[in-house]
Design a protein around this ligand. Structure first.
Ligand SMILES: *[C@@H]1O[C@H](CO)[C@@H](O)[C@H](O)[C@H]1NC(C)=O
Ligand SMILES: *[C@@H]1O[C@H](CO)[C@@H](O)[C@H](O)[C@H]1NC(C)=O
Ligand SMILES: *[C@@H]1O[C@H](CO)[C@@H](O)[C@H](O)[C@H]1NC(C)=O
Length: 317
């Protein structure tokens, strides 16, 4: 009898615990309403806001990259709006271009594309190109690969991502990738075999944008923020960050992606050029450069990851 009573108590306790769990689960579900906006954004709380194609349309893409299909460009016919939107569909449910209100969303698209435009421009400096040529900032997406690689970018000491024989790892893509280990790890991230087939980045614009957006959304190291995080305000600087002058904003996106190649060196051309592209795109998108956000540059920031080996972008196209 005593045993039976104990069992009943135990069963009741278990039932109560189960009821609590169920109540808890339905509570979290209720506060995290998810939405579907077709193929472009589905199954996420971020999809309840506007999607990128709601506020960034094909004519805007054409305005931003107006010179990319002129005869002297180097990837004529390669880059297009649809490839960008298709690639972004993997990351909009994670908050890419879908975080916060419309202004933050537009700023993030301008910021990401500012990096892309600067890295793929045929015009490296802001000098010497008149209005007749569209100005120096109209030449983004002019390249999809490095034209005259000086080496094969194979680090044969890397055991995780050994070089495939006969394959070179020169700069390719929307945020150009260099080196076997970068092709290997970014390929893992987007589930594409870039280590064996790096040419995918210069043959398929969707894959090229996927690799670039993946980099924007992914921290370089555990416990560090991504470029996305520092830009949309998802990151709270630690005391160390503040001492190193790393604060949320566009400047810190350059720090995440390029570290001391670009940052902590004053107002150097390569940093100014990325900022100029971001602000030019803000203007063209109708946001305006007045709304570039705080902490626009990284001239005085110490790197999140001080360089110790060739970085992703130690060499540029
Ligand atoms: C959706 O938009 C609202 C207002 O525009 C914003 O406050 C909210 O943070 C956004 N949701 C997400 C998940 O970013
Ligand atoms: C480009 O890559 C995407 C994504 O992997 C794929 O869906 C598409 O079929 C590819 N396009 C071509 C022409 O191979
Ligand atoms: C803060 O910076 C100091 C000096 O550079 C370093 O020794 C320490 O590990 C850092 N702390 C954290 C939490 O990163």
């Amino acid at each position: 009898m005593a045993l039976r009573k104990k069992m009943i108590v135990l069963v009741l306790l278990l039932l109560a615990a189960a009821a609590c769990t169920i109540a808890g689960a339905s509570k979290t579900k209720k506060s995290e309403k998810v939405c579907d906006k077709g193929w472009e954004c589905k199954g996420s709380v971020y999809c309840c806001n506007q999607t990128i194609s709601d506020f960034f349309q094909v004519y805007q893409f054409e305005n931003l990259f107006s010179k990319r299909n002129t005869p002297i460009a180097h990837a004529v016919g390669f880059w297009d709006y649809q490839a960008f939107i298709t690639a972004s569909a993997d990351y909009q449910p994670l908050g890419f271009g879908t975080t916060g209100g419309k202004q933050t969303q537009m700023q993030e698209v301008a910021a990401f594309l500012g990096h892309v435009g600067s890295k793929t421009s045929c015009k490296k400096h802001n000098r010497g190109y008149g209005v007749a040529t569209g100005g120096p900032l109209a030449w983004g997406l002019c390249y999809n690969k490095e034209l005259s690689p000086s080496q094969s970018y194979c680090d044969d000491t890397n055991v995780d991502y050994p070089c495939t024989p006969g394959v070179d790892y020169y700069g390719r893509g929307a945020l150009p990738l260099y080196w076997n280990y970068n092709y290997g790890s970014i390929g893992d991230g987007i589930k594409a075999d870039l280590l064996n087939h790096p040419e995918n980045l210069e043959q398929n614009a969707t894959i090229a944008f996927q690799a670039a957006i993946y980099r924007w959304m992914t921290p370089m190291k555990k416990k560090q923020p991504s470029a996305h995080d520092v830009f949309v305000g998802k990151w709270k600087p630690t005391k160390n960050d503040t001492l190193a002058k790393r604060l949320p904003g566009f400047g810190a996106t350059m720090n995440v992606l390029y570290g001391d190649v670009i940052c902590g060196q004053g107002y150097i051309d390569s940093m100014n050029n990325i900022v100029s592209h971001y602000q030019y795109y803000l203007d063209l998108m109708g946001v305006g450069r007045d709304i570039s956000g705080d902490n626009l540059d990284c001239a005085e920031q110490a790197a999140f990851n001080p360089s110790y080996k060739p970085s992703l972008t130690s060499s540029s196209a």
